[in-house]
Ligand binder design. Structure first.
Ligand code: SF4
Length: 335
């Protein structure tokens, strides 16, 4: 049986600059991974500029890959109609205030989405809405007649999640869904994700720059650097015992990653310490993207490393070439 979601060598290359000095930036480079059929929270973690939001846009069909394929249950993404696709995959965006028109009542959105995705011709509309709203901890009465500004950021993000759930999707793709919320609200949304996984059997791709929240909520994790996934596997294994030198560097920036430290979040903004020139150089390196900063770099690293399997994780680094046994299929297993 095929996996629920499979990315096969997916790249997205943007052309930047003027006609005279145009360069190609691989915002996403040869990304290959799969998501299993079981309910799971899979985090894509990286600093800003790592390509994770571009990857989210590819997963949501908002942009097309330059090369490679994305399959949903064995079928190419573009082969689904928009409605079929949205019944399987729904987005949750960073800013809940942008998810709703400030001039429209929230219930208008909720009812029109429920109607659009109703599977019974809209017969049990209110009942369905009440059930979905209850799953995010809000009642229909609480939203009656209200506009977006009458809700807190956390409530509005819950409503955005409820709106996504009205399509009864199997997968939620959440791009930085808690980064604009207060600490206490962050935790409540992350706990809601766990509940959606456990009670409602949803799969969630959680995209974040925040190592501690990823640790708190994820089953599986992929660490991104300059468009590539450098390490991927069970979240606890990867974050407690990182192997790739870049993951080690990120991990050192968050010494206390325990579940209680969700409020201290923040991946090292390594990019801010780098000159812009170095950042664009890293993107266009043909070998390992960490070559310019890696203390272990050798001549061999000028060649792009493949993924090496080290027990139940994948590591894209030549240091682990002797750990390789068997093929390089990037199916990550739950811890
Ligand atoms: Fe460092 Fe080479 Fe590994 Fe890249 S491949 S992380 S440069 S040792």
């Amino acid at each position: 049986m095929s996996e629920f979601l499979e990315l096969d060598n997916v790249s997205k290359i943007f052309k930047v600059g003027t006609l005279i000095s145009r360069i190609s930036i691989p915002a996403v480079w040869k990304v290959t991974f799969s998501l299993p059929e079981r309910p799971v929270i899979f985090s894509l973690v990286g600093e800003s500029g790592s390509g994770k939001s571009t990857l989210a846009n590819l997963l949501l069909r908002l942009i097309k890959p330059t090369s490679g394929e994305i399959y949903l249950r064995g079928k190419k993404l573009e082969e689904y109609s928009q409605k079929e696709f949205l019944r399987m995959v729904q987005p949750i965006f960073q800013n809940p205030f942008e998810s709703f028109n400030p001039l429209k009542k929230v219930e208008t959105y909720i009812f029109s989405t429920a109607r659009a995705f109703s599977r019974d011709g809209g017969r049990n509309l209110e009942e369905n809405i009440s059930r979905v709203l209850a799953s995010v901890g809000i009642s229909l009465e609480q939203i009656r007649g209200k506009y977006p500004h009458e809700f807190s950021g956390g409530q509005l993000q819950r409503l955005a999640i409820a709106r996504a759930l009205l399509a009864d999707p199997e997968l939620l793709v959440a791009d930085e869904p808690v980064s604009m919320l207060d600490v206490s609200l962050r935790v409540s949304i992350l706990n809601l994700f766990k509940e959606l996984r456990d009670r409602f059997k949803k799969k969630i791709i959680y995209i974040t720059h925040d190592l501690a929240t990823a640790y708190y909520v994820s089953d599986l994790i992929a660490v991104m650097l300059r468009g590539t996934i450098v390490e991927m596997g069970p979240a606890g294994v990867v974050l407690n015992h990182p192997l790739h030198p870049y993951t080690v560097l990120l991990r050192q920036s968050v010494p206390d990653i325990s579940k209680e430290s969700v409020q201290t979040i923040k991946v090292a903004e390594e990019k801010s310490k780098l000159e812009r020139k170095t950042v664009s150089e890293e993107y266009t390196l043909s070998g390992c993207k960490f070559y310019l900063r890696c203390p272990y770099a050798t001549q061999q690293c000028l060649e792009e490393p493949p993924y090496f399997q080290v027990e139940n994780r994948m590591v894209k680094c030549w240091l682990f070439q002797n750990s390789q046994e068997g093929g390089t299929k990037h199916v990550v297993e739950k811890k």
